[in-house]
Structures are given as structure tokens and as C-alpha cells.
Design a protein around this ligand. Structure first.
Ligand SMILES: [Zn+2]
Length: 211
């Protein structure tokens, strides 16, 4: 477990140096929220261990937020719902697709819905990687949890999501700019090393280069 911000913990599911993967736990006084759930039983175990290390257990998880329907983010949902009994939420276009993929109920959120936890969590719809692909903005922390909206590497070199993983790579690339509507310093994403300060400049440079 790595504490990346006050109340935010990253769970490293990486299996190889060049294929990093993360889920997150946001643990503030009013709620404990899991963001994405990994793919394999080992990832479930990893999340369980991390909860324990912050003095929580599965029953303390109040909500599961999902960025998008791809297997490395949702495959564990049936197990995670069984363990936590928590509601699962994702963008309204993605919710039925996640249900179709893994068979759990998912509540759909409209773009820009602000969930009233931990200083406000806003869902940002960024279509293209998948239909309802989304990032989450943590207002209080000036942080974006981008999921797969932007990819990167172990040196935090950012790149648009690779075509082979995208529903529509042109749309995914063009719509990255939606993130620039937010005031953020910290950029956290699934595949690559998180950027802990001045992140908006780097995201802006990426968008200027590609859009
Ligand atoms: Zn994906």
C-alpha cells in the first residue's frame, strides 16, 4: 500500500515492470470507497490486505466506483460485491455494459455528478477508450483519478490510450481535453507512474501535442 495523498491509497497490482496497474482506496471520515477492482484473485487479496493495514475490513467499504468496463478494472466485481455488499457506480453508458460483462448491478451516473464524499468526487465522462469511460475528480485534493483516460510509463511519460485497447482511439485522444476543465495538481492513473505535482502542465502538453 502506498499512501499517495491524505486519505488516498494506491494498491499496486503490477505483475511486471512494464505493465503497471493500480486500484485505489479513498478513506475519509464519512466513507471508504474502492475505485476499480483489479482482475485476478490475487488483486482481491491485495485490496483486502490494504484495507486491513488502514484498520478497515471489507464490511467498511461503502461504495465501489468504476472507471470503465475493461476486464482489468471490473473482473473482480462479483467477488468484491459479495465481500462488501457495497453499491457499484459508473457512468450511465458504462453501467449496463459492466453488468453485461460481469453480472453485477451497477448504478449509472450522469456526467458531472458530484458524489458527496471526501470533499466531493465528480465523475468526468471521457468517451472513446470505451463508451462510458470516465475519470474522477477529487476536488478537495486537486487530484484526478484518470483510470485509462490517459496512459503512461514508469517515468510518468504520458500518452493517449493505445489504439489496440480503444473503442475509438481518435475520440479517446480528442476527448482527453475534457480533463483540462479541472483545476488539478495531482494526476493518478491506472497504467503508469502517478504525477504528484504540477500535473496539469504535463497533461496540457500531451493534449497540445496530440489534439
Ligand atoms: Zn481500459
Amino acid at each position: 500500500m502506498v499512501k499517495i495523498l491524505e486519505n488516498l491509497y494506491s494498491i499496486d497490482h503490477s505483475e511486471a515492470k512494464n505493465h503497471s496497474m493500480e486500484s485505489w482506496i479513498l478513506d475519509c471520515s464519512e466513507a471508504t470507497i474502492l475505485i476499480d477492482g483489479g482482475m485476478t484473485p490475487a488483486h482481491v487479496e491485495g485490496i483486502g490486505k490494504e484495507l486491513k493495514s488502514i484498520g478497515k475490513d471489507w464490511s467498511n467499504v461503502d461504495l465501489i466506483l468504476i472507471t470503465h468496463k475493461h476486464r482489468d478494472h471490473v473482473n473482480n466485481l462479483p467477488k468484491l460485491v459479495e465481500l462488501t455488499d457495497a453499491p457499484v457506480k459508473a457512468h450511465e453508458l458504462e453501467a449496463p455494459l459492466i453488468k453485461e460483462a460481469v453480472g453485477v448491478e451497477v448504478e449509472g451516473l450522469k456526467d458531472h455528478t458530484v458524489l458527496p464524499y471526501c470533499g466531493g468526487i465528480e465523475i468526468i465522462h471521457v468517451p472513446g477508450h470505451s463508451e462510458g469511460n470516465s475519470s474522477y475528480y477529487l476536488k478537495k485534493y486537486k487530484a484526478i483519478i484518470a483510470g485509462d483516460t490517459i496512459f503512461g510509463d514508469e517515468n510518468s511519460n504520458l500518452m493517449p490510450p493505445p489504439e489496440r485497447y480503444c473503442l475509438d482511439v481518435n475520440q479517446a485522444t480528442a476527448e482527453m481535453k475534457r480533463l483540462l476543465n479541472y483545476d488539478f495538481d495531482v494526476f493518478i492513473y491506472t497504467h503508469g507512474k502517478d504525477i504528484m505535482k504540477d500535473a496539469k502542465k504535463q497533461v496540457q502538453a500531451l493534449i497540445e501535442e496530440h489534439c
